[in-house]
Ligand binder design. Sequence first.
Ligand code: ATP
Ligand code: MG
Length: 440
Amino acid sequence: MTSITTDEPTQAFSEDTWRDVIAAMDRTYSELVEYQELLEKQNTELDELRQFMNSVLSSVSDLLIVVDKNRNIERTGGAIRTILGPRAAAEAGLPLADLLETSEQGTLFEVIDQVMRDRDPRMVETQFATPDGPTPLEVSVSPRLDQRGRSQGVVLVGRPVGELRNAYLELEASHTALQQAQTQLVRNEKLASLGRLVAGVAHELNNPISFVYANTHALEKYTERFETYFDAVQAGKSRPELVALRDELRLEKTVRNLRTAINGAKDGAERVRDIVEDLRRLSAEGTGDEVSFDLMTTVRTAADWVARGTKTPVKIHFDGAVQKQARGNPGHVQQIVMNLVQNAIDALAGAEDPHVTLRVFDRDTDVVLHVIDNGPGIAEADAASIFDPFFTTKEVGKGTGLGLSISHKIAEEHGGALHLVTSAPGGCCFELALPAEEAA
Ligand SMILES: Nc1ncnc2c1ncn2[C@@H]1O[C@H](COP(=O)(O)OP(=O)(O)OP(=O)(O)O)[C@@H](O)[C@H]1O
Ligand SMILES: [Mg+2]
């Protein structure tokens, strides 16, 4: 620092001193300019930061309230007026209590005190006061700390519970709608397979019933002849007259025909009884009764019914064992086979020389059925999905895509398995394995 003394000669004092003073002034001035630039820069940064903060605060769509240690409002987000109404007293410095329903203050204040003490965020549902009455909000209370980690208050972030409830209700409603659609689809599938079944059964019953009917008709005719003859006997006709009448009515032949007609009607009735028996077995679902049954008979019945219910002329070959005892519920197994045969027949629509082969054989402790068709087969991309519920490549109304998924489940419930044999050349081969009776 330059000192100014009066003992120095006046000339020297003024020259040196002035030089020093001017230099010092220069330095001070340039320092001042630097400080000013720095200050301006910091001011700009501060301004930007404030703008950024404000834009964030105003675009937060949840309710946001910064509260100080004394539970007074410090800052609020822009959504406060949207959520709590335009008259929400959200000015800085006002007590938080002003925004709350009186009955709710205690609970929320308790939570705020706890959060400030433990420094752990907490969730609480509380009622805010709005011009429209109390509004429930789900509020998260988080601690707000200063640089040294001392508690400065809390930050409240809230969302109207109504919104969450509505979202939940909407979700629930669409879930219910989905469930109903699913039930409807399952019902349609059941109706469709019932329709196929009924068509098959109707066709099956038609034959023996018309047989019984025709024979009953003949019996009626024969009865009339005997009645005529007995009336003549009762009337005391002479022997020659009776002999003539017997020839005229061809009674000898009629007696023989009578037997045939009775046997025919009996056969027809027995066939009807068998069909009804089959039906009863098929409908014995849900009883869970496992019995020993001949898989080949079940396979034949299932295939016959499906084939008769369809218009596609398909040749069905039965291959392998004549009899194979399996263990399970024959009605359920029949459903699986009907599904597989129906799929095969569907796949054969428009195919050249369409045929289905049903092969039954033993393998270890299982009885195995192969359902083979010479249709177009299954695309590699689809093969992974065919057992998924509702997967179908058929047009709307032609298939629900439940056949294979239900069949797969039934097979597993039997301790067996159902899968696609991918190594089969051309067409399609499904394999159903069931525990053999001996093994069970
Ligand atoms: N033998 C087959 N040949 C070719 N594709 C088949 C065969 N069997 C099944 N699929 C394919 O697997 C899909 C699913 O079969 P699934 O039996 O589960 O349903 P669906 O037959 O479409 O409908 P639903 O059985 O409910 O009437 C079929 O849509 C078809 O694409
Ligand atoms: Mg099917």
